[in-house]
Design a binder for this molecule. Structure first.
Ligand SMILES: O=C([O-])C(=O)C[C@H](O)[C@@H](O)C(=O)[O-]
Ligand SMILES: [Mg+2]
Length: 421
């Protein structure tokens, strides 16, 4: 008799180089952290997951992994129960705060997600079907992604310049967009804002519109603006943005901006769990929710979020932070099966300079990824790369992502820009 009982779970923290990308929380550290999950079953079928690498989360992943031996790979309910027991009453927060408030539910969701992806990978491989078939079936052959632009320094202080160069003004941002679009073919553009005074970021949006008249544009200051400033920026960018993402903090702040803004507001900060939805939707605070399976509780939970958005007439997009090819494959599978995901998906992949833990990463053509037809997620682990990136983790000295403290090393007066302008 075949058994998909879990025999072993391997949790490997890794690090890979990250450029000095600027945001409202500070600046990215030289190394980004992730955790790779390998779940093995008695049948010899294994599945992959990718998650955050911060120390508190890693501890929870390791503790949960120990409990999974013997669980059936189809028993996602059992995974949720065990993860809930491990997390207990812990509310694990990010130092950067870029994905909103923490809660016990969100902490459990982040842990579940890391393993659920691996279980779905196993299920798909066992059935000989891609993960999108487990999520309701294919609704698009290819998934469009957006160019994700960042203000950035030419180099981490004291290090060699990276290949992307400096971008601290509209010219630098347009040059970055041109290069990213030439290389990847993206057909929509997101600018990470909350770095410079809003008038400078509006100027960058105007410059992008002039250089790329056909590309839908988004601006995301990660709640760096007060309500009045947000309303002013929204008026100044009327007709330029497909959505304005998290201009101001909190559901009430967003609702006040949304009531005056000519474009929809999007969020990955004020609606970050199922408990936020009723209030935010009742107050019409957001027109678009950015899903993210890494903190919404996995691919199935993200599909539930999609259904809720659909029935409420709220749009759906997808969030990303620094990630590698297992996450990209999971995001692609989810997007492939989500009818109302009508916005191009965010991705940090261009910033990872070709570093990956998968042997043949999914690649972009004309800004989109063709959905893989192989069983499971459609990617295989590169064990040598995993080993190298684990060595990076051991030697880099970083154990938590903390953009603010890293920035303070260069500007002692810097504080997180929440509602700053
Ligand atoms: O609001 C967002 O889209 C993000 O939080 C995306 C990323 O975390 C990004 O801001 C980053 O990594 O600096
Ligand atoms: Mg955002």
């Amino acid at each position: 008799m075949s058994t998909l009982d879990i025999t072993e779970v391997v949790v490997t923290p890794i690090a890979f180089p990250d450029p000095p990308l600027l945001n409202a929380a500070g600046v990215h550290q030289p190394w980004a952290l992730r955790t790779v999950i390998e779940v093995h079953t008695g049948d010899g079928i294994s599945g992959l997951g990718e998650s955050y690498g911060d120390s508190g989360h890693l501890e929870l992943l390791r503790a949960t992994a120990k409990r999974l031996t013997g669980l059936d790979a189809f028993d996602v309910a059992g995974l949720r129960r065990l993860a809930g027991e491990v997390v207990g009453g812990v509310s694990d927060a990010d130092a950067h705060g870029l994905t909103g408030a923490s809660s016990v539910d969100k902490t459990v969701a982040r842990v579940v997600s890391a393993f659920e992806t691996a279980l779905l990978d196993i299920q798909g491989r066992a059935l000989g079907r891609p993960v999108y078939d487990l999520l309701g079936g294919l609704v698009r052959e290819s998934v469009p992604f957006s160019a994700y632009l960042f203000y950035k320094w030419a180099a981490h202080p004291g290090a060699e310049p990276d290949a992307w160069g400096e971008a601290v003004d509209p010219e630098g941002i347009v040059a970055q967009a041109r290069r990213m679009i030439d290389e990847y073919g993206f057909r929509s553009i997101k600018l990470k804002g909350g770095v410079f005074p809003p008038a400078e970021e509006i100027a960058a949006i105007r410059a992008l519109r002039e250089a790329f008249p056909e590309h839908p544009l988004r601006l995301d200051p990660n709640a760096a603006w007060k309500v009045a400033t947000s309303i002013w920026v929204a008026a100044e960018t009327e007709g330029l943005l497909e959505y304005l993402e998290d201009p101001a903090p909190g559901i009430d702040g967003m609702a006040a901006v949304a009531a005056a803004a000519p474009m929809p507001l999007a969020t990955n900060m004020c609606v970050v769990g199922f408990a936020d939805i009723a209030e935010a939707f009742a107050k019409r605070a957001v027109g678009v929710v950015l899903s993210d399976h890494h903190f919404w509780g996995g691919l199935r939970a993200s599909a539930e979020l999609a259904a809720i958005c659909r029935v409420h007439g709220v749009g759906l997009s997808m969030h990303s932070n620094s990630h590698l090819g297992i996450s990209l494959a999971a995001m692609t599978q989810l997007a492939a099966a989500t009818p109302n995901l009508t916005y191009a998906v965010d991705t940090h992949i261009p910033w990872q300079s070709g570093n990956d833990v998968v042997a043949e990463p999914l690649s972009f053509q004309d800004g989109s990824i063709r959905v893989p037809r192989a069983p499971g997620l459609g990617v295989e682990l590169d064990h040598d790369a995993l080993g190298r990136m684990h060595e990076n983790y051991r030697s880099c000295g970083i154990r938590d992502r903390d953009d603010e403290t890293y920035m303070r090393g260069f500007d002692a007066s810097f504080t997180n820009r929440k509602a700053y302008w």
